[in-house]
Design a protein around this ligand. Structure first.
Ligand code: SF4
Length: 435
């Protein structure tokens, strides 16, 4: 088994799986060695989503290499993220590190007047030397006030998993959201969506008479959506639990629903939102009839390819449960072990109710025993992180990279077939290669 240095790989916990009864499914809880990208990965899609933002990773060369691996670009080309490297000298004294950070930010802002919001992103090294980036952000905000908003959040592998970086980033924005005027009602969709998907949902909301609708993150970090007691919140991604908590503390109301993956998930998601607006199921079904019918036709051929095939998930992206539900119920796949990094029951309960009753759900990870179970099971396709995909392929298992599912447009009716195709493609490739 090979490992990659940029992945967060935490050993040392006792590994003692136990099986506890959940509200509807048996859940195996595991704690031990885990392998997943850290929260820095979120920068890969967040910097594309928020066009006026810049992410300054305050970390080591390992963090810079991690960004390079995850983004597949040369980080020193400095698109809208970069790394302030902590050197040995910084590790020797916090005063030096703070001075260095101030200098790097000063030079960056002078060079890049297009930056509207600058995120200082904490890493394992900055947290180990206790470099307080919240205080640094406040200090730098004062120094550069008016010109740019400067915020801090953690992408550290010490306390975040792969997609939690986005949750930490969005949560950092919440105190800065303007107040929704009293007596007004609005919908806030939380979690990054591709612009094309946002536009499709916006058109459906318009037809249903639901609005005004805002999205978090916004396309420009400067255009922060308002929030208040009249705001209804719905998650578009399953990894935004802490952001939802912070938004609820601003008085807004949570709508829970299955996530908008596949026809069933998208319909259920829209129905839950429509119910908060007093719109009937019949009205929703009339508005979605055409895109749902298109999706059904497009999905049919993938159901033929995927039906009866077995898919397992190693815990990585937090998308595992809604994807498993989609593959089982709409593509006819059999679920092997379904691993999730953590189980946020509040957001996930509507999804759990739709999973097959015999689903083997595992929360957390103890890598080696999990890999042994996977080898014994030998599913047709395994969804896992980049660090595990190549070694598993070398063992003859077909894999799908979890990270690809996070930054590919897969939500909504028009993407249902594209989502199925992402799973059909590796199976077809292996078939063509004659394995
Ligand atoms: Fe590795 Fe931690 Fe840096 Fe992530 S933040 S790349 S886990 S050192």
């Amino acid at each position: 088994m090979t490992d990659i240095p940029s992945a967060s790989s935490t050993a040392g916990f006792s590994s003692s799986p136990n099986v506890l009864a959940g509200s509807s499914l048996a859940v195996r809880h595991e704690r031990g060695e885990r392998q997943a990208f850290c929260g820095l990965s979120g920068i890969v899609w967040l910097h594309r989503k928020m066009q006026d933002s810049f992410f300054l990773v305050v970390g080591s060369r390992t963090c810079a290499h991690m960004m390079q691996s995850a983004a597949g670009v040369m980080i020193f080309a400095e698109p809208r993220f970069g790394t302030a490297l902590l050197q040995d000298r910084d590790l020797a004294g916090l005063a030096d590190a703070n001075d260095e950070l101030d200098r790097v930010v000063r030079e960056l802002l002078a060079r890049r007047p297009d930056i509207g919001t600058l995120f200082l992103v904490a890493t394992c090294p900055s947290e180990v030397i206790k470099l307080d980036l919240d205080t640094a952000a406040a200090r730098l905000q004062q120094a550069h006030g008016g010109r740019v908003r400067i915020l801090a959040y953690s992408g550290s592998g010490l306390d975040t998993s792969f997609t939690q970086g986005e949750d930490s980033c969005l949560r950092a924005l919440v105190p800065h959201l303007p107040e929704l005027p009293a007596m007004q009602r609005s919908l806030l969709v939380v979690g990054s969506l591709a612009d094309v998907v946002e536009d499709q949902f916006q058109r459906l909301f318009d037809k249903l008479g639901i609005g005004p609708v805002h999205f978090l993150p916004p396309r420009r970090a400067a255009d922060l959506p308002p929030v208040g007691p009249g705001t209804f919140l719905i998650a578009a991604q399953p990894f935004v639990g802490e952001t939802m908590d912070a938004l609820r503390e601003r008085g807004s109301q949570l709508i829970t629903a299955p996530f908008p993956f596949g026809i069933e998930g998208t319909r259920a998601w829209l129905l839950a939102i429509a119910a908060a607006w007093g719109i009937s199921t019949q009205q929703v079904d009339e508005v979605i009839a055409a895109p749902a019918a298109r999706a059904k036709t497009a999905l049919a051929r993938y159901r033929e390819q995927l039906g009866g095939k077995r898919v397992s998930f190693l815990p990585d992206s937090q998308l595992e449960i809604p994807l498993g539900r989609f593959l089982a119920r709409e593509c006819g796949m059999q679920l092997g072990e379904l691993g999730v990094p953590y189980l946020d029951r509040r957001l996930m309960e509507p999804e759990l109710a739709l999973l097959p009753k015999d689903t083997q759900l595992t929360e957390g990870q103890d890598l080696e025993p999990q890999l042994e179970r996977l080898r014994a099971e030998r599913p047709d396709i395994t969804v896992c992180g980049l660090g595990l995909a190549n070694p598993l392929e070398a063992e003859g298992l077909t894999t799908k990279w979890a990270i690809e599912l996070v930054f590919t447009p897969i939500q909504g009716f028009d993407q249902a077939a594209d989502l199925a195709e992402l799973f059909a493609r590796p199976l077809n490739r292996r078939q063509r290669l004659g394995f």
